[in-house]
Structures are given as C-alpha cells and as structure tokens.
Design a protein around this ligand. Structure first.
Ligand code: HEC
Ligand code: HEC
Length: 168
C-alpha cells in the first residue's frame, strides 16, 4: 500500500469512528428500528380491524417480535382494557406480528408491569425529548401513543420528521 492510500484509509477509519461516536447515544439508549413500515402490505384484514379499533394499528416494525409476543400474551389486561380475540383471529395476528416485527430488535421496557410500549423505548423517548408534557396533554394529542396526531402517515409506517405537524 502506498503512503497516500494508507493515509486515506486511516482518515476513513477516523471519520467512521467519529461518526459512530456521534451515534453513541443511540447504542446506549437503543436503536430506532429500521423499516418502520415493513410488511404492512401483507397485513391481514383482522389485524387492521381488531388492532386498529381503539387506536391506530401500530405498524409491527415499531417493536421486535419478543415484545409483540408479550402484547399477545396479555390481551386480557391490555393497558386497563380487555382486548381478547377469538382463537382464530389471535392465531392470524400472532403469526403476522412475529414475521413483520422489527428485525433489528430495538429495546423496549415494560417496567410498569404493562405489556411493552413503543412510547417507552429509548429511541422513542429520545426522538421526542423536545415535546413538553403540556403538548402531550393537548386535546388534539391526548397521549404519546396517538402517533397520527402529529405523523399523518403513521398508519403507513411513515414517520418522516419533515412531515411532522404538532396540532394546536
Ligand atoms: C378495546 C380497545 C383496544 C383494542 C381492541 C386494542 N388496544 Fe392496544 N391499546 C388500548 C389502550 C387503551 C392503550 C393505551 C393507550 C395510551 O396509553 O394512550 C393501548 C396501547 C397499545 C400499545 C402501546 C402504545 C404505546 O404507548 O406505545 C400497543 C403496542 C398496542 N396497544 C397494540 C395493540 C394490538 C397489537 C392490538 C390487537 C391485538 C390492540 N392493541 C388492540 C386499547 C386497545
Ligand atoms: C405530539 C406530536 C407527536 C406524537 C403524538 C408522536 N410524535 Fe413522533 N415525532 C414528533 C416530532 C416533533 C418529531 C421530530 C423530532 C425531531 O425533529 O427530531 C418526531 C419524530 C419521530 C420519529 C423519528 C423520525 C425520523 O425521521 O427520524 C419517529 C420514528 C416517530 N416520531 C415515531 C412516532 C410514533 C411511533 C408515535 C406514536 C407511538 C409518535 N411518533 C408520536 C412528534 C410526535
């Protein structure tokens, strides 16, 4: 390797290290899942109607398969409501969620003894740390779980920050 090339390689490695340090918080607090809208086109109708009847049907790419399994194992006590399904629907939805889940395993926590929440993952909290408690409580928002209030494309897995509109 000639000296100039070696210098270029060293520079690239240094730049890479710098970038991954800038990214450091993400590793610590949990990576944002990739491909938030993956496999939505394959969604079974029962998932849309059953898991979208009380809130938007959260794109499965927002949580890893292990978190969705915990969701499905706890439908009788689903954040204070009963969301149980017929055995047949449950089977279809379980199977869909396990295949369409986030593939890169973003962290999640269920420290309050609830099933895992998207809104308590490290990446979610970090991405929304500029939103004040008063904004979350606005009538048009109500809860952090109401993604569509600010992300009009949420149901399609589109959370692009350029399209975010916080309602007044
Ligand atoms: C009977 C109403 C009802 C049904 C049906 C229902 N949910 Fe929920 N779900 C809720 C409520 C209430 C919450 C809590 C919302 C909040 O905190 O603002 C919730 C919260 C959630 C959350 C956590 C949101 C967050 O804060 O990150 C997920 C994930 C979720 N539901 C998935 C599902 C799935 C999957 C199904 C279908 C198997 C489903 N829900 C069906 C009522 C329902
Ligand atoms: C009160 C409005 C509001 C609600 C409700 C909300 N978000 Fe956000 N979200 C934002 C804002 C504002 C940003 C942009 C932050 C920034 O500029 O860095 C954002 C950023 C994001 C990003 C990062 C986008 C990117 O391009 O990196 C994702 C992913 C995301 N939100 C997902 C969600 C999900 C999933 C929900 C529901 C469980 C949700 N959000 C609920 C306002 C909201």
């Amino acid at each position: 390797m000639n000296k100039l090339l070696l210098a270029a390689v060293v520079a690239c490695i240094a730049l890479g290290a710098g970038l991954s340090m800038a990214d450091g918080g993400e590793h610590h607090e949990g990576k944002r899942p990739k491909q938030l809208g993956r496999n939505l086109a394959q969604a079974p109708a029962v998932w849309k109607t059953e898991c979208g009847s009380c809130h938007m049907a959260y794109p499965p790419g927002l949580l890893p398969a292990s978190a969705w399994k915990k969701q499905m194992d706890n439908l009788q006590n689903h954040y204070g409501v009963n969301a149980t399904l017929t055995a047949e629907d449950e089977k279809i939805i379980r199977s869909y969620l396990s295949t369409a889940a986030a593939s890169n395993g973003p962290d999640y926590s269920n420290s309050k003894g609830e099933p895992p929440r998207i809104t308590s993952t490290g990446w979610f909290v970090r991405k929304h740390d500029e939103i004040s408690p008063a904004i979350w409580k606005r009538k048009a928002v109500g809860s952090a779980a109401n993604c569509q209030a600010c992300h009009s494309g949420a149901a399609n897995g589109d959370f692009n920050e350029d399209a975010v509109r916080i309602p007044r």
